[in-house]
Write a protein that binds this ligand. Sequence first.
Ligand SMILES: N[C@@H](CCC(=O)N[C@@H](CS)C(=O)NCC(=O)O)C(=O)O
Length: 200
Amino acid sequence: MKLYFAPGACSLADHIALHEAGLDFDRVKVDLRAKKTEDGRDYLKINPKGYVPAVEFDDGEVLTENVAILSMVADKAPQLTPQGQFGHFRLLEMLAFISTEIHKSFKPFFSPDATGAEKTAAGEVLARRFGYLAERLKGDYLFGAQFTVADAYLFVMCLWAQKNGLSLPEPLLAFVARMKARPAVRLALEHEGLAEPAAS
Ligand SMILES: N[C@@H](CCC(=O)N[C@@H](CS)C(=O)NCC(=O)O)C(=O)O
């Protein structure tokens, strides 16, 4: 399996989830402006949508969209799916919320044409969405004591918030610190060139 990614992009969630699942995969970096892979291929031939993440299976089949890829990883590693009768659906509910209500709300922060007012409005929406998740964070992770693939996605959204100067509620700051201590997270950050230098 190959993961197509760009450093620090939302594909970091899938990268973390694949490491957490202990799955064997190769990483292929994509230049999102040029739509080229690091080995010189036309990325649009792999994913005509032109964005990351994409996963290519060994038989050549390609899966895109964070919600689908994270669900696929959880399917292969059931310990990364919330427990309970509706665990699978609770996971989809959470992934859909993060994708459509948080991830997409960052759009003005990545758009060179966005006005200050648009960024302020998006920041207010994001503060409400992060506030909702901070309220329901009763254990270490979104579904309590157990880490699930949804935590990987939330983690990347929290990093984006911090990078864009948005303040996060205290429970999410603690969540970010917990996530950064996980070996799979450290490995993914290191592979993407995002690891923080060790304190001297
Ligand atoms: N709906 C997609 C959105 C993916 C997405 O927004 N990818 C960004 C990086 S975080 C990207 O590759 N943008 C480059 C582009 O659209 O040209 C998903 O959830 O997988």
